[in-house]
Design a binder for this molecule. Structure first.
Ligand SMILES: Cc1cc2nc3c(=O)[nH]c(=O)nc-3n(C[C@H](O)[C@H](O)[C@H](O)COP(=O)(O)OP(=O)(O)OC[C@H]3O[C@@H](n4cnc5c(N)ncnc54)[C@H](O)[C@@H]3O)c2cc1C
Ligand code: FES
Length: 256
């Protein structure tokens, strides 16, 4: 049975318009979290279902998550104030696999997909090359933190208003023409994940993708989060909440 806990909100900051950076107190979650796992959060007010939000960082009894206000749930969550208690379940899911044999990792994230990649960058020993893509300059977040947690961080915007001009997967593809890589880790919107999967497969680079699927229960009981997989040649469905959210790219069929 997954643990549910009421955790005190100890830090709150709006880091870009509608994007909130929360830190809650929990010794158990901070101790147990592996990078890429998520919390299933009761956002309060009239929202019935919990909402999945990735764990951005976890240490010393503190758990950080960052979310964009999208609809009813995240809007209610954003109203919580320091000192309030938040009902969370977690850490949930199967996170990123870190192999000691990997020496030239690339991390690539887009939009709200950059948040689970921060703890990954730190856990990789600050030696990854990181690509971060955002819609425009006003959406760019965590650049300095990723710079400190990586060997190199390249930021791009779809409209060219800041950094690399264009889709960030294209920036990564250009980098790969000149540099080696032995693992790609990615999280972001579906078109970006599809592009990353293709680039990895063409170059025969192992690749782990974190999927953001709509969820119900978050613990494997309702099938809302099913995704198509093709593990070892056998088509089947997997549950993103328990088998994922992180999968090797060759295991998953990415549908819109
Ligand atoms: C494993 C996982 C980790 C996530 N981590 C983060 C995170 O770190 N930060 C963050 O901001 N968001 C994250 N999300 C997305 C977040 O769960 C949704 O934005 C949130 O549930 C929306 O709830 P809402 O009530 O505010 O909006 P709703 O009213 O439920 O929906 C508003 C809009 O968001 C879309 N939406 C809802 N759920 C999802 C989803 N799961 N994926 C994509 N689009 C969705 C809806 O289609 C709709 O267009 C994550 C999702 C998953 C599955
Ligand atoms: S959300 Fe219920 S099975 Fe995954």
């Amino acid at each position: 049975m997954k643990k549910q806990e009421n955790c005190k909100l100890i830090r709150k900051k709006e880091i870009a318009e509608g994007i909130f950076d929360f830190t809650i107190a929990s010794d158990d979650i901070a101790r147990e979290t592996q990078c890429g796992q998520f919390l299933h959060i009761n956002c309060g007010e009239s929202t019935f279902l919990r909402r999945p939000i990735s764990i951005c960082d976890a240490h010393n009894g503190e758990v950080r998550f960052i979310f964009e206000v999208k609809g009813e749930g995240t809007k209610a969550l954003a109203k919580k104030e320091i000192g309030d208690y938040i009902d969370v379940m977690g850490p949930l899911g199967h996170g990123f696999e870190i192999k000691p044999s990997v020496t030239k990792p690339i991390i690539i994230g887009g939009g709200i997909g950059v948040f689970p990649l921060y703890k990954l960058a730190k856990d990789l020993g600050n030696n990854a090359t990181v690509f971060l893509g955002f819609r425009n300059q006003s959406r760019v977040v965590m650049e300095n933190e990723f710079e400190a947690a990586s060997a190199l961080t390249i930021v791009g915007t779809d409209d060219g208003s800041y950094g690399y001009n264009g889709y960030i997967a294209a920036a990564m593809e250009g980098y790969l023409r000149m540099n080696d890589c032995d693992m790609i880790y990615s999280c972001g919107p579906m078109p970006m994940l599809k592009a990353v999967k293709k680039i990895a497969e063409v170059r025969d680079i192992p690749c782990q993708l974190s999927l953001e699927q709509r969820m119900g229960c978050g613990i494997g009981a309702c099938l809302v989060c099913s995704c198509e997989t093709n593990k070892e040649g056998t088509d089947r469905y997997a549950k993103v909440c328990t088998n994922g959210p992180v999968f090797y790219s060759e295991e998953v069929t990415l549908n819109d």
